[in-house]
Design a protein around this ligand. Structure first.
Ligand code: ZN
Length: 525
């Protein structure tokens, strides 16, 4: 059966329900009434690359290899980072698998789909600079065909360094509306492509991500969550609240139109890669490590005076840490983790440092005296598989789900001046269509199970090495008895890199553009 995945990056019921209550999202409200819905547990590190890749492979990151935006590579002379892309994914994606089964697939705006897999269908990736969007699209004439579509604007669709340089958390109040409007235009451009392809060359599996939900929540979460919306907003805040509603209203219009186009005889799933919540403090992990004697700064390193200060360039941070005199360090906030400096320690020393850190981190207190670290994940426990080492040694969950700061701070834990948005492990999943129970609310399912729903819906076998189980409770039991999920024996072996294009590595422009975006989102804070 034709199947649609309507991806909303970072969508959370807290905000969606608020929008419904305000009358902004009637189509979402109707969709929910007609669907089975639940919270969707994200990957153990709830961030975009890992979570969408797990959704697209049915595998955990220890097996698919896409842990983070960046890949940390220690060498004898220092530390390198590479930006992950489609070739990072070590197992077959559903895009490739569904195509190999003779069906057509459309994949739009997913992180890490460049260079594009040569599938039967269409790929236009997200996170690609405008000047490379043409060559990153598949088939090679797709870009040319789409240029006449209403709203098509390569500078809006692509990852424009100049726009990303606006740097979200440095935005002046009078720039907020402009930033939100940019994402309104951006989603319109992506929707134009989706609508055009659904009308002219419909696929069996159509998947799109609208990523503005994540961007806008990073910036404006305190105006979206009823628990943090100011009682008496200032004039500029009123405008921001209004433009956010316009953004969500537009998403709702798109949803309504796609449901209509899909008709009765299609199944449609709405999923997010993670949820969102509010963060109220900053944890300076490298400051913690330095105070405890595990990290040595090279000379005087300025303390982060204001939470809006960013690392200008990652190499600056790398060179700010004296790695020869350092046993443990944090390098990127997006992985929320601590690396043990294994280049300079024996195995036994490294393990000892790790045990000590776990003990000390669980005792770390905030200014209010409360414990700050709620969970510490060892990489071998949470990311078993051939790519365990792409995870940092320890991954922290903080009490407010915030990302760590990698800068030096005036204290180990500092309250934020204003609450900000941060990823929450629980996102959303809703499914609607033949056989799916209407109006049912389930507790929670796991993101790793979503591709099983998609493949079953398409009438395909589920590869035997997919992790997690089929969410049978989405379906009427009688329906499922007549159309049970079928699993293949053993794995499907093809690798993504074998199927991907033959482009060389990302060039410097692309790397720079992606770094800018990460900085804009606060991931290089
Ligand atoms: Zn995301």
């Amino acid at each position: 059966m034709k199947t649609i995945l309507f991806g909303l990056d970072g969508a959370t019921y807290t905000v969606l329900d608020h929008m419904v209550a305000q009358g902004v999202m009637p189509n979402f409200q109707k969709f929910r009434e007609e669907s089975t819905s639940c919270r969707l547990r994200s990957t153990p590190l709830p961030i975009t690359p890992q979570a969408w890749t797990t959704l697209a492979t049915g595998r955990s990151a220890g097996n698919h290899g896409m842990h983070d935006f960046l890949r940390y590579e220690p060498t004898q002379d220092g530390v390198y980072f590479r930006v992950n892309d489609y070739r990072t994914i070590a197992v077959e994606t559903i895009w490739q698998y569904v195509s190999d089964q003779g069906k057509r697939v459309t994949v739009l705006n997913f992180f890490g789909t460049a260079p594009p897999p040569k599938i039967n269908g269409h790929v236009m990736p997200g996170f690609v600079p405008p000047k490379h969007l043409r060559r990153s699209s598949h088939p090679s004439d797709l870009f040319a065909k789409l240029q006449h579509v209403d709203g098509f604007d390569v500078n809006v669709l692509g990852l424009d360094t100049n726009i990303e340089k606006m740097g979200l958390q440095k935005l002046d109040p009078d720039q907020w509306v402009e930033w939100i409007d940019l994402h309104i235009r951006r989603e319109k451009a992506w929707y134009g492509i989706l609508d055009h392809l659904m009308r002219t060359e419909p696929s069996d599996l159509t998947a799109i991500v609208f990523d503005g939900v994540d961007k806008i929540q990073h910036l404006a979460y305190r105006y979206l969550d009823p628990s943090t919306i100011p009682g008496n907003p200032l004039d500029w805040e009123k405008k921001v609240i209004e433009r956010c509603k316009v953004y969500f209203k537009q998403i709702d219009d798109f949803l309504g139109a796609v449901v209509k186009r899909a008709g009765k005889w299609a199944r449609m799933f709405i999923a997010s890669d993670h949820g969102f919540t509010v963060t109220t403090e900053i944890v300076y992990v490298n400051k913690f490590l330095a105070d405890h004697g595990y990290l040595t700064w090279r000379g005087e390193v300025a303390e982060d005076a204001k939470e809006a200060v960013f690392v200008d360039k990652l190499p600056n941070l790398v060179s700010a840490i004296d790695l020869k005199k350092t046993k443990a360090f944090a390098m990127t906030p997006s992985c929320n983790g601590i690396y043990i400096n294994r280049q300079h320690l024996s195995e036994a020393e490294a393990n000892q440092v790790r045990d000590e850190l776990i003990e000390k981190l669980y005792k770390l207190k905030g200014p209010d005296g409360g414990l700050v670290v709620t969970e510490i994940k060892k990489r071998e426990d949470w990311w078993p598989g051939p790519y365990t080492e792409r995870a940092p040694d320890l991954t922290l969950t903080l009490r407010d789900h915030g990302l760590i700061s990698i800068l030096n701070g005036k204290a180990q834990v500092v309250p934020r001046e204003e609450p900000a948005g941060t990823h929450h492990p629980h996102g959303v999943l809703l499914g609607r269509g033949p056989g799916i129970v209407e109006g049912q609310e389930l507790e929670v399912r796991d993101i790793i199970e979503v591709p099983q729903l998609l493949l079953h819906s398409l009438g395909l076998e589920i590869p035997g090495d997919y992790e997690g189980s089929f969410p049978a409770n989405f379906y009427e039991p009688e329906y499922l008895a007549s159309d049970p999920p079928r699993k293949t024996h053993g794995a499907v072996a093809a690798t993504a890199s074998a199927a991907a294009g033959d482009d060389a590595n990302l060039d410097e422009d692309e790397e720079a553009a992606i770094m800018e975006r990460l900085r804009g989102l606060g991931y290089l804070e």
